[in-house]
Ligand binder design. Structure first.
Ligand code: ADP
Ligand code: MG
Length: 267
């Protein structure tokens, strides 16, 4: 069955801290409507630990909604989501603490960075770990500075978002997600709001994260990036998974007419 990811595709996660051990994701029968409008109509998704899944599909197909359901920015009406050992079944009343446990595993990077405008780059990274996770400020600061260095922005620690380019802001956004020590990273069109010349610097950071064995789900229309980096490509249309498989199959020899038509439009 071409939806399965085999163990051999798992990357070496050597450089990750123990608390960041990548987890797998399992989604079954996910249904989400807004009012009377169904947006996800029974989505199944498997992401093996340490692998990169690229999610593609036309505008309005439900990609953002699916990502938002994975970290509970939206609550589905039915189905279930498991990340690592933590699982939530929707439809039944949520057990106390369950949602928080699931949400803790993932961090999201949005199309536009959504940094706090009146905080420096460093303060943006420290906000979540210090206030939401209640970790010691001194320890968080050391880690935050190392993360800024990692995304090539150590010299910009004291800069405010409006003093940074779009690509730099987005790299701060990625570092801010990493500061939460997530086991799963979710990217929602991380480069689509960027000037063409800055897309590469952001994709390079994402590639680097893939290489260290992070579990990632990336919504993007960057086909070349998907071919190089994805272990698995999922094509969503009309709230259902139309086709999925390795990038060399879905992007090169798509089986479904809707996938072919979509790729024909964006290539
Ligand atoms: P994509 O990310 O693939 O472009 P979305 O998940 O953003 O698609 O949206 C899928 C559909 O759900 C669209 O028709 C959109 O208008 C609708 N939708 C998304 N969020 C909301 C919301 N908060 N309220 C009402 N409709 C929404
Ligand atoms: Mg979207």
């Amino acid at each position: 069955h071409d939806g399965q990811i085999r163990d051999g595709e798992i990357h070496d996660g050597g450089s990750l801290a123990p608390e960041e051990t990548p987890e797998g994701i399992e989604v079954r029968g996910l249904e989400k409507s807004f009012g009377a409008t169904p947006v996800l109509e029974g989505v199944d998704l498997d992401v093996a630990p340490g692998t990169v899944t690229v999610l593609m599909g036309p505008s309005g197909s439900g990609k953002s909604t699916l990502l938002r359901c994975l970290n509970l920015l939206e609550t589905p009406q039915a189905g279930r989501v498991r990340i690592g050992e933590d699982e939530i079944e929707f439809g039944a009343p949520l057990r106390r603490g369950r949602a928080a446990a699931l949400r803790r595993h993932s961090a999201m990077v949005f199309q536009s960075h959504q940094l706090f405008p009146h905080r420096t780059a460093l303060e943006n990274l420290m906000e979540g770990p210090v206030h939401a996770q209640r970790r010691p400020r001194a320890e968080v600061e050391v880690e935050a500075r190392a993360l800024l260095e990692r995304v090539g922005l150590a010299p910009k620690a004291d800069a405010y978002p409006d003093q940074l380019s779009g690509g730099q802001q987005q790299r701060v956004g990625i570092a801010r997600a990493l500061a939460l020590r997530p086991r799963v990273l979710l990217f929602d069109e991380p480069t689509s709001a960027l000037d063409p010349e800055t897309v590469g610097e952001v994709l390079a950071v994402i590639r680097d994260l893939a290489a260290e064995g992070r579990t990632m789900v990336v919504v993007t229309h960057e086909v070349r990036f998907a071919r190089d980096v994805a272990d698995h490509v999922v094509f969503l249309d009309g709230g259902v998974v139309v086709e999925q498989g390795p990038p060399g199959q879905v992007l090169v020899e798509p089986r479904h007419e809707r996938t072919r038509a979509f790729l024909g439009r964006i290539l």
